[in-house]
Design a protein around this ligand. Structure first.
Ligand code: GLN
Length: 316
């Protein structure tokens, strides 16, 4: 049993064993194919990266392989939009768990075009609209990518144009959400331009190493522990973590908090970014998804890491 103080944990062995033991799990869920390009991924891919505040990054499996981060990008886009407009964002997006699927439209009618939170698609599209304001789509996309590169401290992070195009060609639901919100006056830019920003943001590709590094500022009160750069304020980091905990896994958020106990954000590419405040930023990747669209094996790995390290935001 490796529970105990941080220094007592043999993180290398723990991560390696988690990878080796869970590699044998056959039931890994279903790879998303509603964006056809995502359906091409090898379902056996499996990676773990744990970046700690002291600058280490412990990895296992395909941790250097880039994958589509999809909705994990919504964390970075939210941080960027809050930097632009601050609390004014909350006039256009809520801060409550939705209890509905990531791409659901049902609440928007009752709630007059104000999405429940910034991590469901409707909310993230509003965030894209905020980032686009006053810019051309190309500039807004560049700004999001720059933010992610700074957070990761890695200029090689890029966008997969084939995924962006595939999303654009099949984004009927997202187009419906954006148009519906437009009807309520909650879109400031032409819908197709905002969607272009949103699709490109979702098509950012990163490895687990890059992603774990990019999450470090959220584990360290807003500051990158390696560079000392303040990415967001301490208060904002806490609030983003709170939103990740409550809303980061859609209608699976409660279950994730119960099983894992860290703020986390999933994406339909099969990645999950989990934040352990004061300790680490963890990225896992396995493309198969559960019924809520969250990585099935990824959740199991995080559950195991939480159990074995004793890390949790709910107690020591
Ligand atoms: N780009 C995806 C979509 O809009 C993101 C969804 C997700 O990762 N949950 O459907």
């Amino acid at each position: 049993m490796r529970q105990g103080s941080f220094d007592m944990i043999d993180l290398e062995a723990l991560v390696r064993e988690a990878h080796d033991e869970l590699s044998g799990v056959a039931d890994r869920g279903k790879v998303a194919d509603y964006i056809p390009e995502l359906g091409k991924v090898d379902p056996r891919k499996f990676a773990i990266a744990v970046a700690t505040l002291d600058g280490r990054c412990v990895t296992a499996g395909d941790a250097q392989d880039a994958f589509s981060i999809q909705s994990i990008s919504k964390v970075f886009a939210l941080a960027l939009a809050l930097g632009k407009v601050g609390d004014a964002l909350w006039k256009r997006v809520g801060r409550e768990p939705s209890g509905t699927a990531f791409n659901s439209i049902v609440q928007l009618e009752h709630e007059k075009g104000i999405p429940r939170n910034p991590f469901i698609n409707a909310g993230a599209i509003v965030v894209s609209d905020v980032i686009l304001a006053g810019h051309r789509p190309r500039e807004a996309i560049g700004e999001i990518l720059r933010f992610v590169r700074v957070a990761a401290n890695d200029d090689s992070v890029s966008i997969d144009p084939a995924v962006a195009r595939s999303e654009q060609d099949h984004g009927y639901r997202n187009a419906a959400l954006a148009n519906y919100m437009r009807a309520f006056g909650n879109m400031q830019n032409p819908v197709e331009l905002t969607l272009g920003v949103y699709f490109h943001q979702c098509a950012i590709e990163m490895s687990c190493v890059q992603l774990a590094n990019a999450g470090l500022f959220l584990a360290n009160s807003g500051r990158d522990p390696r560079t000392g750069i303040s990415v967001v304020s301490k208060e904002r980091a806490r609030r983003i973590n709170a939103l990740m905990l409550m809303c980061g896994h859609y209608d699976g958020s409660g279950d994730f908090a119960y099983k894992v106990g860290f703020p986390g954000k999933s994406g339909v590419g099969g990645g999950i970014l989990a934040i352990v405040p004061g300790r680490a930023s963890i990225a896992v990747w396995s493309p198969g998804l559960d019924a809520q669209g969250n990585s099935k094996l990824g959740t199991r790995v995080l559950e195991r890491i939480a159990h074995q390290t004793g890390w949790s935001i709910f107690g020591v």
